[in-house]
Structures are given as C-alpha cells and as structure tokens.
Design a protein around this ligand. Structure first.
Ligand code: NAD
Length: 259
C-alpha cells in the first residue's frame, strides 16, 4: 500500500516536466494519492493537461494566484469534485527578470510588491481557501531556497520573498496546528527549471553547487518528490513549521570549497 493511499492532493505550479511540482506529482501518484493540478492558464492545454493525463489526473484548473476570484474558483471546483483536501502543494514563484539581475538596491517598489505577492502571499491565500476542505491530518507544503537565509548573487528580491515565505510557514503552522493541519517547506538545491532560467548566473551556480555540496551532485525533482511524500504523509504527523533541506547537504557548509 502506498504512503499516500486515500489522500487527495492539489498541486499548484506545474509548468512542464522539469517543474519541481511535477516531481512531486509523480511521487504522489506512485504512492497512491488522487491528484489535481493547477497552473497559469497559458500553460494548461499544451503542457499541464497532457502531464496530468499521464498520471490519471482529470482535475486541471487554471489559476493566477494574484486573483482572489480565480483562487476561490479552483477550490470551489475541487469541493464539487472531491469534497475534501488532504494535501496542498504550493510550488510557484515569480519575480521580474530585471529584478533577478543587477543590484538588489535597484529593486523597484512594483517589482518588490509583485515578487512578494506571487511568491509569498499566495501561500497564505491558497491555504486560507483550502482550509474549509481540510480536516485533522491534512498538510500544506511549499518550496523555498537557501537565498532566503544567505545572500546568493542575483537572487535579490526573490531571497526576500522566500524569507517572507518561510516566516509565513511558521505563522501558518502555529495558526493551523490546533486543527491538526501541518505546514512545512522544502528548501531545494538548484534545479534547472523555467523559473530558474530567469535568475542571472544560474548556470554557474548550478555547477558550483555540484562541485562543492557534500554529496557532490545536483539534486533532482525526484529527490524533492521523495521528501514531499514524507512531509505530506502520516510518517511526518509530528512535523510542522519546518524548513526541510533537500540540497545534497549544501547548507551545512560554512565555506563551500572544491578539493
Ligand atoms: P517552474 O518554472 O517549473 O515553476 C514555477 C511555477 O510558478 C510555474 O508553473 C508558473 O506557472 C507558476 N507561477 C508563476 N506565477 C504565477 C501566478 N501568478 N499564478 C500561478 N502560478 C504562477 O519552476 P520551479 O523551479 O519548479 O519552481 C517551483 C518552486 O520551487 C518555486 O517556488 C521556486 O522558487 C522553488 N525553488 C526552485 C528552485 C530551483 O532551483 N529551480 C530551488 C529552490 C526552490
């Protein structure tokens, strides 16, 4: 029997088959979960629906997380189709390309607000919308990056957004814990995805990480999927408010050096 047998999961953030959200969807499917996917409208027909079909998922709904009406619509449809929600996955972020290059000090007011709205506030909005469908034992999972804690060149406003996201995980965990709903984050090492391609210098960072991380390799979306299964399953019933690293050990190094 799979670790997620009988659980119903709604996953936001599949853009294509390189997406971290897709690694999570595949792992959840393998462990027996019923899965729904939501993504931005422009990606639905060409990218997301075919992927959903490959894991037997028919719930595929567009949603721009900046729009409260669209958020409400996805959860209304989930309620009509599935009734209950056991697992919410938030695997999305956005910042303007200009703000992921150059100096952080040049971040515009608009660019700052946009990055924080899409990448951090959306976790709060999605969790609030999901709550009426959740009961004790349900869990929420988001994706973050080490740039929330330490300065990573060019990560800039996204680092600030991830810091807000990680703090939101802790506040949500405290709010929802008494209802038995858990909230956690996975801090993933660099993965070659559409979102990552917007960060200037990503290629160099990716290679440097591989050469210096304790496991001497990059991590994969399958690595993240495995940890997501654990955090979303009853195996992690006593775990909430955590940021769990899936980064080949990179975060334990004070000074990453090559041999
Ligand atoms: P991705 O490009 O595959 O996924 C990003 C998703 O965000 C896309 O599906 C996109 O449609 C969605 N999105 C952007 N704006 C949106 C909006 N307004 N409404 C709804 N959806 C929106 O990239 P990914 O790397 O898989 O990103 C998933 C998560 O993982 C992000 O939170 C990212 O910051 C995080 N993360 C990525 C890495 C990495 O190196 N790739 C490392 C650590 C954490």
């Amino acid at each position: 029997m799979g670790l997620l047998e009988g659980k119903r999961a709604l996953i936001f953030g599949v853009a294509n088959d390189h997406s971290i959200a897709w690694g999570i969807a595949q792992a959840f499917h393998r462990e027996g979960a019923t899965i729904g996917l939501s993504s931005v409208e422009s990606l639905i027909e060409k990218r997301v629906r075919p992927l959903a079909a490959s894991i037997g998922s028919t719930f595929v709904e567009p949603c721009d997380v900046q729009d409260d009406a669209q958020v409400a619509r996805v959860f209304d449809r989930w309620r009509a189709e599935q009734g209950q929600l056991d697992i919410l996955v938030h695997a999305l972020a956005f910042a303007r390309r200009d703000d992921l290059d150059g100096a952080f000090v040049d971040t515009s007011r608009d660019g700052f607000a946009l990055a924080l709205d899409v990448s951090a506030y959306s976790l709060v909005a999605l969790t609030r919308a999901a709550l009426p469908l959740m009961s004790a034992g349900a869990s929420v999972l988001t994706l973050t990056y080490y740039g929330a804690e330490k300065v990573v060149s060019h990560y800039n406003v996204m680092g600030v957004a991830k810091a807000a996201l990680e703090a939101s995980v802790r506040y949500l965990a405290a709010d929802l814990g008494p209802r038995g709903v858990r909230v956690n984050a996975i801090s993933a090492g660099p993965v070659r995805t559409l979102a990552a391609s917007g960060v200037a210098g990503f290629k160099g960072l990716y290679g440097e990480f591989r050469d210096t991380a304790p496991l001497r390799r990059n991590i994969t979306i399958e690595d993240v999927g495995g940890a997501a299964v654990y955090l979303s399953s009853d195996l992690a019933a006593g775990v909430t408010g955590e940021v769990h690293y899936v980064d080949a050990g990179f975060n334990v190094l004070a000074v990453p050096t090559r041999e």
